[in-house]
Structure formats: C-alpha cells, structure tokens
Design a protein around this ligand. Structure first.
Ligand SMILES: [Zn+2]
Length: 237
C-alpha cells in the first residue's frame, strides 16, 4: 500500500495508489471516503498525479457528499456495530445508507437503509425479523407438534408479537398460540421448548404437576433450555 497526496486549491487529497497489471488509470472513492487509484506498473507517477489533479474537484465534491450522508446519521449509535443474536448466534450489525435490505453474511448482519433514526432502524429490523420468524416458527412447529399427537389437539395457528415480558402464550379458545418475536434471538432448542410449553397448555391449562410431568416426559432437558433462554438471550432488541 502506498499513500500519496496531491493538493488542490490548498486542500490536500490523500489517495492510495495500487499498482496493477493494467494499462489505464482508475480512480474511485469508496464508501468510507477513501480515494483509491489503480494504475499500470509502467505509468509514471507524474502522469498519475496529473490525473488525480484533474479529478480533484470531483473528488472533493464526492467526499463532501459522503461526509454529509454520515452527518445525517447522528442517531444510529444504538444500532450500528451492535451485536445481535439471531437464532442463537451472535452477529455484528453493520449499517449502510441505501435502499432497504438486510442480509446475513459470515457473522455479520448487513443492513442497508435510507432511515437515519435508530428507532426507525430498529423497527425496520424488527419487521424483517418478523418475516423470518413467520417461516422459522412454522418449521419448528412442524417438528414439535407430533410430540403432542396423543392429546388429539388441533394444530394451532401461530401469531407473532414483539413483547416485553413473556415468550409465549395461548388463547383459551385453543386455536392459536402467540410467540414473542424476540425468540428469534434464541437457538432453535429454546424456541422448541416454548412451543411445546404452549402446546401442553391445551390439555393442561395450569402449571400444575401434570403439566410439568408431561414437559419432562416429552422434552427431558426442557429446564436447561428455559434457563438458557432466560439468561443468554434476555436482552431485548
Ligand atoms: Zn405456561
């Protein structure tokens, strides 16, 4: 890596020069506001300098735009760089300005958004999470529902809500269980535990001995799973 500078009307422009196997000179300003110039190995430095000089006005304007975009994101501190759990694994959230998009990649959540306020960003993340949850909770229900076959209950519908204090609940009518969106932080074993717990409330409405006996019979390690859910994944998004 080699850093060079040219000056334009008293403003120093620092750029990184990469020597490559190319004939031309190429100049770009990346999202972090770094100027990168690549040039062929035989192109003399004076020619490169002249080239950068000729682009100086464009570079300065471009850097100013990037700086402006950055200063328009004063309230993202709560969100940018934060570690979020997703299905039991920690991800570092990296925020970029752009069209709304979220993707997971090697331990990172790349969130692109036109929003600049951390509460709006949080809402955007939660609505993305809700779409993922709709699929994931159904998939886990497919695995867990056969465990309660003996009780002859009708498979309930799942509704998802972002809640503060409870992981799940069920309606007395018996056709619906409600799961906390925040469960998406936890690993699937923890989610299985919550779903089984709610399903067993259809035959056993209260937390009596029979209820816990059935939990232990169908999922011998339910206590560890519950414990993990309430310690490791307790922080809200
Ligand atoms: Zn309960």
């Amino acid at each position: 890596m080699a850093f060079h500078t040219v000056s334009y009307e008293g403003i120093e422009i620092e750029y990184e020069l990469l020597r490559k196997d190319v004939k031309y000179i190429n100049l770009r300003v990346n999202k972090q506001g770094k100027v990168v110039v690549s040039a062929g190995k035989r192109v003399p430095l004076s020619v490169i300098e002249e080239f950068v000089q000729s682009k100086a006005f464009w570079i300065i304007t471009h850097l100013a735009e990037i700086e402006k975009l950055r200063s328009q994101m004063p309230d993202v501190g709560l969100f940018d760089g934060k570690t979020l759990y997703y299905l039991g694994k920690p991800y570092r959230l990296l925020l970029e300005r752009g069209l709304a998009e979220i993707r997971l990649e090697k331990g990172e959540i790349h969130m692109s958004s036109p929003k600049v306020n951390s509460e709006e960003l949080r809402q955007e993340y939660l609505s993305w999470l809700k779409r993922q949850a709709a699929e994931k909770f159904e998939e886990i229900m497919n695995r867990i529902f056969p465990l309660v076959e003996e009780y002859n209950i009708v498979r309930p519908k799942i509704s998802i809500r972002n809640m503060r204090s409870i992981w799940g609940s069920c309606t007395t009518g018996g056709d619906r269980i409600r799961l906390n969106l925040q469960l998406m932080k936890a690993d699937e074993e923890c989610i299985e535990q919550v779903i089984l717990h709610e399903l067993l409330h259809f035959p056993y409405p209260n937390h009596g001995e029979a209820f816990y006996a059935a939990m232990t019979r169908l999922m011998p390690d339910w206590k560890e799973r519950k414990q993990r859910l309430e310690t490791k994944y307790k922080d809200g998004i």
